[in-house]
Design a protein. Structure first.
Length: 319
């Protein structure tokens, strides 16, 4: 995602693009810290994946140093960190390189380390100059999620192919993840005729792919300064404000019946505002090729969207 742009002035402002000579120590530091945070989360994912049957049969079994120092666990954790950060980096570089192409001043990606479920709060670039043309706005907005999705799908395919099918009782104590449509399609091809009392226990690589798909869908919400907000505004102009209002209502309903985290997204919509900053050529339509890409990205959103990213956290469950 990109930070909010300033309102377009009556004339274009020429700025210098990013230079590698600029101070990037903070970008490097945050990236290194995010490697560590995702690696340590990967240890937990790898332990659960390798010992899912053991933990299910003996819930009182505790971790020991030998398990933590298992070379396979260390390797799986490192692979998870590399794959996940590769997807996030690809997404942000899509934005960054497109900015460079249009000579728009933008920073390198800032990663946000945090020891949460996935090990990070993602990444972002900061655009320091106005985007004045609809074509530029569309290209910058679409580049990130398109690349992120392209990277996530093969990761998800490979990760699912080495995931485990285990009795439901083995996985009922852990978090149950929601399934985007793309995951259901791929899993239906790889795992045929899974019994109703069995679940797929994701390999850490598959989990990284799932996160990549989730991040893609979040960024494609047609809201404010999110990637989807840029794309929606470039495609539909002022009508995109009505789409934002619609999503505000959808998030509130889904917060009640699917996942309480949608209430936070409703707040984000109100915080970002319903109005997208204007471009100078607002009335100029996009080229047919860009319109086609825009509709493809809308399809990607529906393939990636997860109504309940973590099951069991709808409002009624919590109450």
């Amino acid at each position: 995602m990109e930070e909010k742009n300033k309102e377009v002035a009556s004339q274009e402002v020429r700025v210098l693009p990013f230079s590698i000579k600029k101070n990037i120590w903070l970008n490097i530091l945050l990236f290194v810290l995010t490697i560590f945070s995702t690696f340590f989360v990967g240890i937990n994912l790898s332990l659960n994946y390798k010992y899912v049957e053991v933990f299910a049969q003996n819930s009182e079994l505790s971790l020991d140093l030998e398990m933590l120092l298992d070379p396979q666990i260390i390797l799986l954790s490192f692979i998870y960190a590399v794959v996940l950060l590769g997807i996030l980096l690809g997404h942000e570089l899509g934005h960054f390189l497109t900015c460079q192409y249009y000579k728009i001043n933008a920073t390198l990606p800032y990663f946000i380390p945090f020891p949460n479920l996935i090990g990070t709060f993602g990444a972002f670039i900061k655009i320091k100059s106005p985007i004045t043309r609809k074509q530029q706005l569309f290209d910058i907005g679409v580049a990130g999620p398109l690349i992120g999705f392209i990277l996530s799908v093969p990761v998800l395919v490979y990760g699912l192919s080495i995931s485990k099918v285990v009795p439901t009782v083995f996985s009922k104590e852990g978090l149950v993840l929601g399934e985007p449509l793309i995951l259901k399609i791929i899993a239906g091809v790889i795992f045929e005729n899974i019994p109703s009392d069995y679940d797929i226990f994701l390999h850490p690589v598959a989990f990284a792919g799932w996160v990549g798909i989730l991040v893609t869908s979040f960024n494609l919400f047609p809201v404010g300064q999110l990637d989807g907000g840029h794309i929606s505004y470039a495609l539909f102009g002022a009508k995109s404000r009505n789409i934002t209002r619609l999503f505000l209502g959808i998030f509130i309903v889904m917060g009640i019946f699917f996942w309480v985290g949608w209430f936070l997204w409703a707040f984000i919509i109100l915080f970002l505002g319903l109005r997208h900053p204007r471009v100078m050529d607002e009335e100029t339509p996009l080229s047919p090729g860009r319109k086609l890409i825009g509709y493809v990205v809308i399809l990607i959103f529906f393939l990636s969207f997860i109504p309940d990213p973590i099951k069991g956290f709808k409002l009624f469950d919590i109450l």
